[in-house]
Design a protein around this ligand. Structure first.
Ligand code: SF4
Length: 270
């Protein structure tokens, strides 16, 4: 089987997984991924349970879009005590984790994608992980899927600067494969710390992987859509990933219904 056929097969499986979220697809995608990346050795990573972080001092309203050059950041893997856990600002956290080498994804990383947006946002949008363009630019949701996310937000009267946008993993999985559960487990504490610093009222999970990874659920996207989950002091909802909408425009109607409910919930909370 040639590489482009394999990639198409993975995309098809991802679309099916987007709908059904079943373990069979998870396993198949990961198995196929190994073929593409020649990464047959299972990652030997320290599996770390997300820890409960201390609540930090509230931040002033400001847009966070800083990037650090490699070398300006500490390597969390080399820190005897994980000092990033006590970070009191997004900037401090970014500096402390921006050279992370805790999982295999750092090996193919061009840029670490910390997240971007309002440091004191009421709304966070969480995706799966950086793609090729995100890895190149160091920002989440750029390119076609990013533009669609901007349009979706605009349709429910948010600008990108109103919200904070991040991902479950901060380094690009090779070949745009789905992050492995072990990679998500390793990276998730950073996102939890971001949530604790930002203290959003609402979280919108974009796609099945982000929803399952963040909310620690095994349910399908269909069964999670439309529901409201309590998560770390915020209310979380789930909809399609914009990249899945680009491949399946017939899902846009469902996404529109989801984000309308999300906006209604936001209005009720404010
Ligand atoms: S994906 Fe997360 S845990 Fe893995 S190397 Fe990147 S920052 Fe570290």
């Amino acid at each position: 089987m040639n590489d482009s056929l394999k990639e198409k097969l993975i995309e098809l499986l991802k679309e099916q997984k987007e709908i059904f979220g079943d373990d069979l697809f998870e396993e198949l995608i990961q198995r196929k991924t190994k073929v593409i990346t020649k990464d047959d050795e299972e990652v030997s990573i320290t599996k770390k349970n997300p820890s409960i972080m201390n609540k930090s001092t509230p931040l002033n309203k400001k847009v966070y879009d800083k990037q650090f050059a490699f070398g300006e950041c500490e390597d969390p893997a080399n820190q005897a005590i994980e000092s990033w856990e006590s970070s009191e600002s997004l900037e401090e956290l970014h500096k402390k984790i921006g050279s992370c080498t805790k999982c295999v994804l750092h090996e193919g990383r061009n840029k670490f994608v910390f997240g971007v947006g309002n440091a004191n946002a009421d709304v966070m949008c969480i995706g799966e992980g950086p793609g090729a363009e995100e890895d190149k630019q160091g920002y989440p949701f750029v390119g076609r899927a990013g533009k669609l996310l901007t349009d979706i937000l605009k349709a429910i009267k948010f600008s990108r600067d109103d919200v904070f946008i991040g991902n479950v993993v901060k380094c690009r999985p090779p070949g745009n494969r789905t992050p492995l559960p072990s990679e998500m487990d390793t990276c998730l504490p950073y996102l939890l710390k971001q949530i604790d610093l930002i203290k959003p009222k609402l979280i919108l999970c974009l796609g099945l992987t982000a929803a399952q990874g963040l909310l620690n659920k095994k349910d399908s996207l269909t069964s999670m859509r439309g529901k409201i989950f309590e998560f770390r002091g915020a209310k979380a909802m789930v909809t399609y990933h914009p990249a899945a909408l680009l491949r399946n425009p017939q899902w846009k109607k469902g996404c529109w219904e989801d984000v309308q409910k999300f906006r209604k919930l936001y209005d009720e909370l404010n």
